[in-house]
Design a protein around this ligand. Structure first.
Ligand code: B12
Length: 295
């Protein structure tokens, strides 16, 4: 199962890299839609497909094989892909908290910060995504204006670590200081630790840590979100036990179309049918209802 998933991920990444290299936005969107149809989560699509494809394109530029114009086209398409995944995913209800996300001053690498920004949006945060290269004082001003509780900083270039330290220093001195989350290649590759910031290497873990930090939980899930999660679980479990939709429908005593609607998160199930589907999958109702992550 894991091998099949990995080989699909590798295949999608290769096709995405080709699409990005030739600047073919439509091909890139097809690849991402295929990843979404294959039920890969936004976090997996971001970190295991879009990210390595961009590393490949960036490396081609760094080695002088493609021009900066080609690299910029690829980055712009990738930014659209990140938003496409966000638009197609199930958002949590707003949690009432806001966060600022940016690359630190001097850093023009923007994809990591954008991934962090979109995953926070997906999790119900109001996000101010500032793009790249933002000076500390301007971040501080926006924290005051917006009342943001979190500032997530992305640092890719080693030479910009000092700018991150400066930003932390400036933010720490505010009357209502935000929690600073630090990530990016320069931080993770140098295994840096900071007393006054939360250091996290990948954006999905960062969102989970913030959930804990701010006690944000399943109460922010919408009905549509819950139905989508039940659908994913039914689909995954059915695949894992090797049954077709028709076979599962027969076992549960419902129509095949009903299972299809459930798996697509479009069916508001009755308790009786939820129980029968759970029994047909040989799992408990609470397994199906347990809210997991939409990340
Ligand atoms: C693409 C790329 C570029 C693009 C950037 C396009 C853009 N607008 O983003 C371009 C071509 C413009 C570029 C320019 C430069 N680059 Co460059 N670039 C890369 C490359 C190939 C990939 C970076 C990337 O996009 N990765 C994909 C993203 C998604 O990964 P990521 O940023 O690491 O983010 C992940 C995690 O780190 C994390 N994350 C990121 N931010 C955050 C934040 C938080 C809060 C959290 C929790 C997590 C998190 O989440 C992401 C998913 O897991 C890397 C090499 C590599 N193999 O990584 C070099 C690299 C980063 N670049 C490098 C350099 C030197 C430069 C230049 C100085 C080159 C030059 N001579 O001009 C310029 C600097 C421009 C500037 N002012 O910043 C060096 C950095 C060396 C160093 N250690 O300091 C690298 C490592 C290449 C190398 N081997 O030399 N680059």
């Amino acid at each position: 199962m894991v091998t099949i998933e990995n080989s699909l991920i590798n295949k999608l990444t290769r096709r995405l890299t080709e699409g990005l290299r030739s600047g073919d936005q439509r091909q890139c969107l097809y690849v991402i839609d295929e990843a979404l149809d294959s039920r890969f989560s936004p976090g997996i699509i971001y970190t295991n497909i879009i990210s390595p494809a961009n590393v490949e394109i960036g490396n081609l530029w760094h080695k002088g094989h493609i021009s900066i114009a080609h690299e910029h086209v690829s980055t712009q398409i990738s930014m659209k892909l990140l938003d496409h995944v966000l638009d197609k995913s199930t958002n949590s209800l707003p949690n009432g908290l806001s966060a600022i996300v940016t690359s630190v001053q001097g850093d023009g690498h923007c994809l990591g910060a954008k991934m962090m920004s979109n995953l926070l949006s997906l999790d119900g945060w109001k996000v101010f995504y500032l793009g790249e290269n933002t000076p500390a004082d301007d971040i501080a001003r926006l924290v005051i204006e917006s009342g943001s509780k979190v500032v997530a900083l992305s640092v890719t270039l080693d030479r910009n670590i000092k700018n991150a330290i400066f930003s932390i220093e400036v933010l720490k001195n505010l009357i209502d200081p935000p929690l600073v989350v630090l990530g990016g290649a320069a931080i993770s590759e140098n295994l840096l630790e900071f007393n006054e910031a939360l250091v996290v290497t990948d954006p999905v873990s960062a969102v989970y840590k913030l959930r804990k930090e701010f006690c944000i939980g399943a109460e922010h899930l919408t009905l549509n979100g819950l139905l989508a999660q039940i659908g994913i679980k039914v689909f995954e479990k059915r695949k894992a036990i090797g049954r077709s939709q028709g076979q599962l429908a027969e076992l549960a005593g419902v129509d095949k179309a009903y299972i299809s609607l459930v798996e697509n998160g479009k069916q508001n199930l009755t308790m009786g049918r939820l129980l029968r589907i759970a029994q047909a999958l040989d799992i408990s109702v609470s397994d199906l209802l347990e809210t997991s992550s939409n990340l």
